[in-house]
Design a protein. Structure first.
Length: 187
């Protein structure tokens, strides 16, 4: 029997702890590959937690509608970006002409969870941004996320004010289940 997420406050508590770790470890004294791997791993775990809250559904409409600004780079040429022998992103994406976009929280999470390529960029011993694209988008777009913006986005879902206190549902014939069409938080 599959278990449902019964109480989301425990997920929020863990998400807040992960966000505190990410903020603390965003700056580093000495860069190491391990530091980068741990940071990327925590970002993915935070993204998974946020996506789980969104999919269950355990966040109100105000939190659900939160988006994040990003830059995206269009795929150029017909050569694919592949796992082996792929070259570098600047050889397959137009890094000279970024486009500003606003992605939904779910889209941001999916880029991190399903990433095909992820690279963090640093300035003054601090992670400042990352280039990422999922296996679903690797033939279309690469995205640049500012780390500060990611942490702010995830904080929305870690905050208790994102919890649902009431909801309206309707029957969805195709899904053969009820779907939440409106949800609200305290206030």
């Amino acid at each position: 029997m599959a278990a449902a997420m019964i109480e989301s406050r425990y997920w929020r508590t863990e998400l807040r702890a992960d966000l505190a770790w990410l903020k603390k470890h965003r700056a580093y004294r000495r860069w190491s590959e391990k530091q980068q791997v741990l940071f990327e791993r925590k970002l993915m775990l935070a993204a998974f937690q946020v996506r789980s809250l969104l999919e269950r559904p355990k966040v109100n409409d105000q939190a659900r509608s939160t988006g994040m600004s990003a830059l995206r780079y269009k795929k150029i040429g017909s050569r694919p970006f592949t796992a082996t022998g792929s070259g570098w992103p600047n050889e397959r994406f137009d890094m000279e002409h970024p486009e500003s976009v606003v992605l939904s929280a779910l889209d941001v999470c999916n880029q991190l969870i399903h990433y095909y390529w992820m690279e963090t960029w640093s300035e003054d011993r601090s992670f400042v941004s990352m280039l990422v694209f999922s296996d679903y988008k690797r033939h279309k777009w690469a995205y640049e996320f500012r780390i500060e913006d990611l942490l702010e986005l995830f904080q929305v879902f870690g905050d208790d004010s994102s919890a649902i206190v009431g909801a309206e549902s309707r029957w969805d014939e195709e899904k053969q289940d009820f779907v939440v069409v409106k949800s609200w938080g305290a206030g």
